[in-house]
Design a protein around this ligand. Structure first.
Ligand code: NAI
Length: 448
């Protein structure tokens, strides 16, 4: 039997740390490198710096077994690695294009230490053509380093489960053997996932997706990832556009999209109206795609429109709330429930819930905000006039209006008929409107 390859992970954010946690629990020796000292200090204790179900147990187990080691810099410790995953951040520049300084920086630094025949795997989301440039820089070092584009599709909130029970693995490389070596790692995850899930305390999904391995060119793999995110963003903005029409035409967007999505050529996923998309991926991937097109003298008006619709949602909801109240927002005390960009994560990067909270304050309302895990992370981005609450009950106390900004289960399960507020604004359309049928509380959503 061939010895197992040794793995190194550069960048322990949401993607890198999840990958390190799982591969080290599948019996691989994993070296995880993270330059941010605060993040590193938390990881060294066998914990994640972000909230994600199951990850802490895997990190602890990885460290306890000695399979996982952590380090703070790319240096000769990486020379032992046979396969290196680059998982560094790719934020956007002020003009919307992708900032690739961490991507090129990690590749350049690593190339100094990698041994002949190492496989360098790009997991970060990069614009089409990036891999060609990195591969050329490897060639210039006169070292034989293979380059594989292997974009990541995990979703925050279900990152560990997505990495264990994946539906597709995209592998883009001109080097067949290198691509195959990467595929073998995912086959090992498939083989070990029951045990890893048990350590993580996660249940297998009711329907386990059949994993598809899609091999293609580097450029196609890079374009696949950005296109997938852009298309999901497009679905959300499309739905929100129709939701505005539904509001005006007295139709119900949920009923409409339930029926539209029942057509299997369309599908139901991501046809939910609400306060729009956010987070560390969709906004920058959409603007990055527009920039990539511009580099090829192409425009993508369809994506520009998606951004425009998305940006319009907080003010749209403020106006709708104002109309429902029928008076100035200055008299209102609003409880904002949910601040993370989506449920089950503490990530508040470009959270539309925060944008909405700030828009309410700008419109004159007084706000009390609560999130089950993201309050601390949200604090800096919130208007200083917003009062932070540390429980749902504390947030809604004395509130005349309750606004759901993120669809946490805690909010869905709450005893809504008992609330005394005049208005509930469900910005995620996550409650059953029937809950308010016999109540004096008025209920509105987005598009119904
Ligand atoms: P992140 O920003 O949370 O993590 C990146 C980490 O890399 C940071 O902790 C940073 O300190 C570290 N880093 C940067 N340069 C380094 C170096 N030279 N050596 C060691 N560490 C270094 O980013 P996140 O969210 O994990 O995303 C990483 C990439 O994966 C991005 O391209 C993102 O678009 C993509 N992605 C993210 C997903 C998500 O849900 N967060 C899902 C799928 C893809």
């Amino acid at each position: 039997m061939e010895p197992k390859p040794t793995i190194a992970i550069i960048g322990c954010g949401y993607v890198g740390l999840t990958t390190a946690a799982i591969l080290s629990n599948c019996g691989y020796q994993v070296l995880a490198l993270e330059v941010n000292p605060e993040r590193l200090a938390v990881i060294k204790q066998g914990k994640s710096f972000f909230y994600e179900a199951g990850i802490d147990a895997l990190l602890k187990q990885g460290l306890d077994t000695g399979n996982l080691t952590v380090g703070n810099a790319i240096n000769d410790s990486i020379t032992a690695a046979d396969i290196v995953f680059s998982c560094v951040g790719t934020p956007d520049n002020p003009d919307g294009s992708s900032n690739l300084q961490y991507v090129f920086g990690a590749a350049e630094q690593a190339a100094n230490f990698l041994h002949e025949g190492t496989i360098f795997v790009q997991k970060s989301t990069v614009p089409v053509g990036t891999g060609e440039r990195i591969k050329a820089s490897f060639v210039a070092t006169n070292k034989n380093i293979a380059y594989v584009s292997n974009p990541e599709f995990l979703r925050e909130g279900t990152a560990v489960a997505d990495t264990l029970w994946f539906d597709r693995i995209v592998v883009g490389s001109q080097d067949k053997a290198a691509g195959q070596a990467v595929i073998e790692l995912y086959k090992a995850i498939e083989a070990n996932r029951a045990a890893v899930a048990a350590t993580a305390g996660l249940q297998a999904p009711l329907q386990i997706p059949e994993a598809r391995y899609l091999e293609m060119s580097r450029n196609s793999a890079e374009l696949t990832k950005v296109t997938a995110n852009a298309f999901l963003a497009l679905k959300i903005s499309f739905t929100n556009s129709i939701a505005k029409l539904a509001d005006n035409a007295n139709a119900d967007i949920t009923e409409v999209m339930e029926a539209v999505g029942a057509d299997n050529r369309i599908g139901r996923a991501f046809l939910n109206a609400g306060r729009g998309y956010g987070g560390g991926c969709f906004p920058k991937d959409v603007s990055g795609l527009i920039s990539s097109a511009a580099e090829h003298n192409l425009s993508l008006p369809i994506m520009t429109a998606a951004i425009e619709v998305n940006n319009s949602m907080p003010d749209y909801i403020v106006q709708k709330t104002q109309s429902a109240i029928g008076g100035p927002l200055a008299d209102q005390k609003i409880a904002m429930l949910g601040l993370s960009f989506k449920a089950n994560t503490s990530d508040t990067r470009r959270s539309p819930a925060i944008a909405l909270a700030n828009a309410f304050v700008k419109a004159g309302a007084r706000l009390q905000a609560y999130d089950p895990v993201a309050t601390t992370e949200a604090k800096e981005q919130l208007d200083p006039a917003i009062v932070l609450a540390y429980s749902l009950e504390q947030a809604i106390e004395g509130a005349t209006c309750i606004c759901i900004g993120t669809d946490w289960q805690e909010f869905i399960d709450f005893k809504w008929p008992a609330v005394t507020a005049t208005l509930v604004v469900d910005c995620m359309n996550c409650l059953d409107p029937q809950l308010f049928k016999n109540s004096t509380t008025k209920y509105i959503g987005v598009g119904h």
